[in-house]
Every structure is written in structure tokens, then in C-alpha cells.
Design a protein around this ligand. Sequence first.
Ligand code: KG4
Ligand code: ZN
Length: 336
Amino acid sequence: MKILSIESSCDETSAAVVEMGEQNRILSNIVASQIEIHALYGGVVPEIASRAHIEAVSEITYRALSEAGITLKDIDAIGVTNGPGLIGALLVGLNFAKSLAVSNGIPLIPVNHIKGHTAASYFLEDRPEPPFIALVASGGHTSIILVESYTKFTTIGRTRDDAIGESFDKVARIMGIPYPGGAEMDRLASIGDKSAIRFPSAAIADDSLDFSFSGLKTNAVNLLHNYGQKNEEYSKEDVAASYTKAVCSSIVKKLSLAFDRYDVKKLVLAGGVAANSHIRKELTSFCGKRKIAFYVPPKNLCGDNGAMIGAQAYYEYLDGNTAGSDLNAYPSSQND
Ligand code: KG4
Ligand code: ZN
């Protein structure tokens, strides 16, 4: 089954054509990033994001079709992210997808962005089959999810404030690293001393599976401001390494509790932060010790992209979750 999919929930306009079934293949996956525009402001400016999506969505979609070597006539369904995300940004992709679907008589499938992130792992050669536990960590979300079937997701743990990516980006910003600083924090952490600074845990100290990244982030921000006020030299590498160590151990702590609690033997890591080499390494080792199968998409499928939305759209379609012309977008997480 060939699916055209469109993603516009934040600062990437993306369209893809995927072929799903016995084998899952990406025929095209075009991502137009707005990062350069938002970097000027140190973060995503919602109205600018919506306007940039408007300019890009049509061209990106037709480029995805042409790179896949097909036309709309060959498409069996159109998948589109309808939430959560920036409402103005979501509406652009959604309305465009809806118009294409309605005017060409193609089924329209709404896709939850977080479910989409986990579906990026279905393109792995050895792909996960539910049930599994997923850690979805991105700029806007940090959740531990029990995935009972391809479409039944239950959030069992979540951040009570900041997302991991957001906290990486904020600490990076105070160190003068342009938005989004997550990838640069990853690189710096590889050369720093992770024992240089003791940061607090982001794992909430109770028996929940929740996190609080705000406390950890504020601790780092205060430390950096202190260095600044005293004109003291510091090592960005050591800050990045120590911060990343605190993030990794917080994740391992709550995932460990999750696997104690649920009789599941698979872990999927997903979302933009899943590109982090230290988190990938830490979870590989955690899963090895606990005899848990570990799945993580290649780095180019961790960040927002259309192909992951197409993959999830397939399973939504199989479940009969298509939408009519009254489909709307929603900004924050529902039903997940
Ligand atoms: O999933 P995504 O593309 O967008 C959202 O849905 O939010 O995630 C973007 C986030 C940003 O915060 C970015 O800094 C972070 O993912 N990120 C990383 C790395 N690559 C991207 N964070 C840590 N290490 C990385 N290598
Ligand atoms: Zn995302």
C-alpha cells in the first residue's frame, strides 16, 4: 500500500511516500527545515513557522511524489499529522492534505505525532512488533508509553514540565550555542568529563514513571549564570558531558521501573533526542543487561519527518481510522 504523508507540526515541513505491507520502504522523504529562520530568535516562533509551512508545503509534497516516481493516482491513502503541535503549523499541513484527499477521492488518515515518532522504527530491518515500551523524547515531548498494539498507546510516564530536547536546547543557548543546541551538546559531551559536575536527577523521587527536567535545567542555568557573573572560565564540554550523564541516568532509572512493572521485553527509543549518541549507548547497555530487545531508528528518521507519519498512517488505516472533510487539528496531547 502506497501512502503519501505530510508533517508540519513544528518547524519542519515534510512530505514522504512510503510503501507499507510485507516490507516497509521509504520511496521518498523530503524535509524542509526552518531552523535557520528560527535560530535568529533562539527558538521556534509559531507564526513564522505557519507562514513558512504555507510557502513550502505544496512544493515539498509534489517533490516527494516526483522523487518516488509516482503521481497522486498511485496513492492509496494520505496520512497527515493532526496533533499535538503548534496549532497554526498543524493546520497548514492538515488543510493541504485534506484538499488533496477530498479533491482526488483518496482516504485521509489523521496521525498523532508521537505515535508517528515511534513508527519510524518500523523501517528497521528487524522491526519491533507491539507490545513494547517506547520512550519518545523530542523538543516538545518526553513520555514513556506502553504500546499494546500498533494503535493502542497508553502514556505511563511523562515529564511534568520541560521536555528533554527543550532542556538540552536551553542549556546550550546559555552557553552561546545556536538553536537547536541538542546535537552540539551531544558532540561536546563526547569530549567532556562527565564527572566534572554533579547535576540533580530528573527522575521524580516517587514510584511514578514521571520526570521533571525543569529542575535539572534550572540547576545548570544557575551554574552557568554564576560562572558568568564571576567571569569564571568553564568547560562547555564538561557541562555538556555532566548534564548528559544526569539525563541518561534519569532515563535509565524510570525505564528500569517501567520494565519492572510491565511484562514487556522490547524498548523503542524515538523522537529528535533519540539521535543522541550517549542516550543510545546507555540504553543499548541497559537493554543488554536486562535482556530487552532495543530498537532505535537511524538518526535521519529520529527528527520530524513525513515517512514516520506514513508508517503510522498505515496501521491507523488498517484499524479503520480514516477521517472526513471535517477533520481538525489539536494542539496538545489527547488520547495518548
Ligand atoms: O522530534 P523533533 O525533531 O521535534 C519535536 O517534535 O520536538 O526533536 C527536536 C529536538 C530538539 O530539541 C533538538 O535539540 C533535539 O531534538 N536533538 C537532540 C539531538 N538531535 C536533535 N538532542 C540531543 N542530542 C542530539 N543528538
Ligand atoms: Zn517531533
